[in-house]
Write a protein that binds this ligand. Sequence first.
Ligand SMILES: [Cu+2]
Length: 418
Amino acid sequence: MAGSAALCAAAAFPLAATALPERADDRPIVPRRTIVDLVRNDPATVARIRLAYANMFAWSKEHPDDPRSWPQQAAIHTHAAARGENDPNYLIHGSYFFFPWHRAYLYFHERILAWHLTERTALDPTLRLPVWNWDTNYTELSNPTIYTDKTDVSGAPNPLLHERSFLYFERDDIKALSALTFTGRDFFGYPPALDASHNGAVENGVHANVHVDMGGDMGSIHTAANDPVFFAHHANIDKLWAWWATLPGATPAPAPGDWDRVAWTFTDWDGSEIVVRPADVVHYETALRYSYAKPELPLTGPAGATDYALVHTHSRWHAPTEVRQRILSANHVSLKCLNIGVPGPGRYGIAAIVPGRTIPQHLGWFTVFIHHGVKSSNAFLDVSEARAALLHPDGIRLALVGKDLTELAVATAVLHVR
Ligand SMILES: [Cu+2]
């Protein structure tokens, strides 16, 4: 499908592929605004977003194979994810390609929407994707109204309605801010491996949680982008990267030479093919012409964070006693586990079994959201509220909560404290 769509585009627009930095984008830098802001303050822009999608959907009936049609826009994600099962350069999930690939994907989708908005007469210079800001406003989590209203203000059906199951939506699922205290590969993710999810702190945590919570198409990697809310969710993920990059201790890229060896091709609004490397999208404001509002609350960045390894003896994990006070008084405490053995994709919890307590202490969820054949995953859980349980002087056991409770198979468990 992707192959035939690409061939069609090449036939209709016989342009040579251009590298992203060589192609001028002289649109103004326009903020991607939150759904809450738009709904409260700018109904005209909400209407423009819905109209752009409605135009795209209508045109797609006649042009279902054009890469700028809705089915092909959604299929880009499905095909890239499937290609990643054999090609590590397309491990756009479970590796440090997660952030840059999705940033590039959203950029071209946004431009194609801006073209559909004008009924394909020009590129509207100011249309930007909305941001589903579940991280700072829990009440917005299950209510991204631009996508969930039955009708628009005029009473016409909302084109962005989609079948969703709203499965979990637990408050714990959106604790994103501790993820911003990680740096380097712990934030970005690690180099790709076909049998493992080498995700960073955002991907299998808050990112996957919201996918699974939404359910329906969003709940599976193969169908996620069939739901237009995917793009508002990923704009928020992209915002977390943008915010993080401004914090003390953050680094522009995990390891530029290595990270940057891949190139991906996307179709732009005019049908031209654009080649994108991860480094091309790092400076999104100047290169990609959008921005995000500053965080409402001051954020804690990676500078000053320390990792304390838990020591595993007699099947129990022990926190070093001399740093007890530091852990108790820290702003953020996360449990970082690299290469946890898992039976396959799925949603998992981690629980602490604490001496003297009958009920395991739930520490958080992570989701292995990539293909079959995956045997391990990284987890970065915000355990700020549960930290005291982890400091039991006799040590604790860690359990993986899947269909059953099994001992957590992991070589390193670390308390990341900031
Ligand atoms: Cu994805």
